[in-house]
Design a protein around this ligand. Structure first.
Ligand code: ATP
Ligand code: MG
Length: 253
């Protein structure tokens, strides 16, 4: 078990967004979290990554309690996420944006690099090399010099995953990676998610596209009104009466 939540609760002024949720994420799996709008999926990611404190419950990562850690400290443990809405550095190049992401992991301060000591020059070279490797892995080498904001939307979403990979996470949380993508971009992102897992990263995604979910998930957890109402393999979830009633009936019709 890589990550475990025990009795997680989050209230927003009386609205219970997460209601005593126990979820396990196993090392090496692709886990999808599905459920209707407002079910608490994004809030769950926000609790795991320390963006919001939880009101009750605990989070364990590799057996160590990480409840209440700040986002930066959670990321330093190896848990990195992307957001439901696009958040890229729009004015810099694709390569630079990955290098900036990578700097979160390296020793010297990005802004101190104006002094250009020998160590910094070497680090800069290594950072650039790593960023280029990630671009190659993501099949985005040709886009490296483009300004981020000039990328087509699908590539901007892909770049966000690339930036997340720059810190070499062990657990990558993707909030609706295929949102707004056309069928070709969606196929592409599915292949990529599998490739990331095959490289040794555990993935948890929130996703509305049931073709994506059923195709790539090892396991699925279903949320409704802040509660976990089901979990199982794609085949089990597809047949689950409760899930069909609250969610799948609508999504698959
Ligand atoms: N910062 C916040 N302040 C107040 N209420 C919030 C906040 N964030 C989320 N909520 C509420 O918590 C509930 C769960 O929201 P959340 O965004 O987690 O749902 P979701 O499952 O990600 O939905 P969607 O599929 O639409 O993205 C919703 O009722 C939402 O309005
Ligand atoms: Mg959401």
């Amino acid at each position: 078990m890589l990550l475990e939540t025990v009795g997680l609760v989050k209230n927003f002024k009386g609205l219970i967004a997460i209601n005593h949720v126990d979820v396990v994420i196993n090392e090496g799996e692709i886990l999808s979290i599905i459920g209707p709008n407002g079910a608490g999926k994004t809030t769950f990611f926000n609790l795991l990554t320390g963006i919001f404190p939880c009101d009750q419950g605990r989070v364990f990562y590799r057996g160590e309690e990480i409840t209440g850690l700040a986002p930066y400290d959670v990321a330093a443990k190896g848990i990195v996420r992307t957001f439901q809405t696009t958040k890229i550095f729009s004015q810099v190049s694709v390569l630079q944006s990955i290098m900036i992401g990578r700097h979160l992991k390296t020793q010297s301060d990005l802004f101190a690099s104006v002094f250009r000591t020998q160590q910094m020059r070497e680090e800069e070279r290594a950072t650039r090399q790593k960023a280029l490797e990630i671009l190659e892995f993501m099949d985005m080498t040709e886009e490296q010099d483009l300004v981020c904001k000039s990328l087509p939307y699908g590539d901007q979403r892909k770049l966000e995953i690339a930036i997340a990979l720059a810190t070499e996470p062990d657990l990558l949380l993707l909030d609706e990676p295929s949102i707004g993508m056309n069928p070709e971009e969606t196929m592409n992102i599915m292949t990529l998610i599998k490739k990331i897992r095959d490289r040794g990263t555990t993935l948890t995604l929130v996703e509305h596209d049931m073709n994506v979910v059923m195709n790539i998930s090892d396991r699925i957890v279903v949320f409704d009104f802040g509660k976990k109402i089901a979990e199982g393999t794609p085949a089990e979830i597809r047949e689950n009466k409760k899930v069909i009633e609250v969610y799948l009936g609508e999504e698959l019709s």
